[in-house]
Write a protein that binds this ligand. Sequence first.
Ligand code: PMP
Length: 433
Amino acid sequence: TTSDLVRRGERSAALREQALRRTPGGVHSNVRLNGPQVFIERAKGAWLYDVDGRDYVDHLLGQGPNFLGHAPGDILAAVERACRDGMIYGGQHPLEVAAADAVCDALGWAERIRFGVTGTEQVQAAMRLARAATGRPKIIRFEGHYHGWLDNILIAPGERGWGPATAGQTPAHLADVIVLPWNDADAVRRTMAERGSEIAGIITEAMMINTGSILPRPGFLETLRELCTAHGAVLIFDEVISGFRIALGGAAERFGVTPDLATYGKAMAGGWPVAALAGRADLMDRFGTGEVNHSGTFNSSTMAMAATLATVTRLRERPPYEQISGYGDALREHLVALAAKHGVPLRVQGLPMAFHVSFGTDDAPGGDVADHRGLSRLDLARYERFAAHLVDHGVWVAGRGIWYVSAAHGDAELAATVERLDRAFATWVADES
Ligand code: PMP
């Protein structure tokens, strides 16, 4: 993996040895096992600075949250102000009201919202609500999407199809989950026709950014919407990555399809740990009556609400979307041109704010892939080796191929990245041959 290949500085390597004495794998989230595993001292804007004095242009954004760059001054100031008056009250506070209004207004379609801390728990709340509202057990989910790490939703491909993804998870944990290929409207149509009366809801990433930055086929989300409405099932968009990133109003704005419930996190709060479940009043109000449980000690802290309010207000008043798209498009062009210069057939797909970089195979030489099956035909191991060279030359990416762009990426970052990419291609091509 990328983390095995990265050349760490002396202090980073020493810290990693120390970390391994106390921390399994040296990391606190298994997603980071395949990250650079370099120790960072501080970060500002689009830059990371490690403990050995090296700097990196950040295209991972902490897996997405740092959409405004690291330590954005205006958000930081709002959070500091809020924290000075305490964090958790076991009571309510005015910022909760303002943040709830700000998020619902920005989304446009959402009538109610509950805040929490992680995307994982918001997905759980959404599924519970769908089951409670319909009185049905099954949830349809799709191959290759990620909805958090819990037993009842996490899956991986195995010899006999999709099933448990980790030791300690049993097939019974997934008994109420139906897994279908994504972007395949007929597969969903067939399943809803056969088993519609058992199906509480469909959960989908509205755009499959995490794995492959794959857009929904024209008509696919519309079909999910129609089928859910026709069969009385709940349509859940998991917008933990796409929310506030692909547009202020997320997938509903970008693709013109409105879900019943949607999860948010990451870009919504400028890097602070906040997530949300938003949706239709008649569904969400089941939390309010106490019929359906949703809880959390750290939900809606003053810090979380200040970060959310300041971020969403800035995204509305000074939208960065055009600038980020321009940057992402320019960066993609440079990537493709540099790859050609070094004689490598690089593939890039997705949106400029979150695109996917990969290498083809004889099986999949060109063109966008449309689902997880297409993605698995690419040469993903080759990209992991490339990613290690990128990190060595000061471009911060993980091994999965996703590149994020933030509002803090500008001319200086582009020039630095292009120069670093050129050197990374050179050492990598030499290494591969
Ligand atoms: N859903 C999606 C689409 C995600 O990308 C993620 C995390 N990458 C999650 C849910 C889980 O969020 P968290 O890591 O905050 O629990």
